[in-house]
Design a protein around this ligand. Structure first.
Ligand code: K2U
Ligand code: ZN
Length: 173
């Protein structure tokens, strides 16, 4: 397993529509492994393949936050949302590609998602709470969408300017 560098917004690779996974190859298995390690190290509760520069429809998540409970690492390949609740919920979201910026985002409170697991079987689950927020946030990444796209233009622009400054400073370091 190895840590992968996480791309920081703005980056054109974070704005691409990702391609479906065609076959579950050893490279895909290693990518999922590395993404889980990178997510836990960040730390985060979700991570999408474009965030580590791989433009494919794969995401990982583990929204178990209580350290007393066993972790629940999940790998979702070619995920699709098959149902969204009318009811909506608001959560203060962050993003590992937009460090230290948080804003309230409203989304459907519950979603049903279908995906392919690493062993090639179909799965479907009804997500609620933080899991629902996280899986929608990650699937947005696969479509080149970021949580700041739900904010007003001025707020989005301010955050983008801050990230451009951060990248300039990191480049100098
Ligand atoms: O995709 C990512 O960048 C990881 C996101 C996933 C996420 C964002 C918003 C809401 C839920 C999940 C986070 O950066 S992981 C860090 C985090 C942890 C707990 C709550 C919010 C964000
Ligand atoms: Zn994100």
């Amino acid at each position: 397993m190895s840590l992968r560098p996480i791309l920081i917004h703005p980056d054109p690779r974070l704005r691409k529509m990702c391609q479906p996974v065609a076959a579950i190859s050893p490279e895909i298995v290693k990518l999922a492994d590395d993404m889980l390690e990178t997510m836990y190290d960040a730390p985060g509760i979700g991570l999408a393949a474009p965030q580590v520069g791989v433009m494919t429809r794969l995401l990982v998540m583990d929204c178990v936050k209580d350290s007393e409970l066993p972790p629940r690492p999940m790998v979702l390949i070619n995920p699709t949302i098959t149902w969204s609740s009318e009811e909506r919920g608001t959560y203060e979201e962050g993003c590992l590609s937009i460090p230290d910026q948080y804003a309230d985002v409203e989304r459907p409170a519950e979603v049903k998602v279908r995906w392919l697991t690493l062993d090639g079987t179909e799965a479907e689950e009804h997500f609620t709470g933080l899991w629902a927020t996280c899986v929608q946030h990650e699937i947005d990444h696969l479509d080149g969408k970021l949580f700041i796209d739900y904010l007003k233009p001025l707020r989005r622009q301010m955050i983008t300017r801050k990230m451009e400054k951060l990248k300039r400073e990191r480049a100098r370091a």
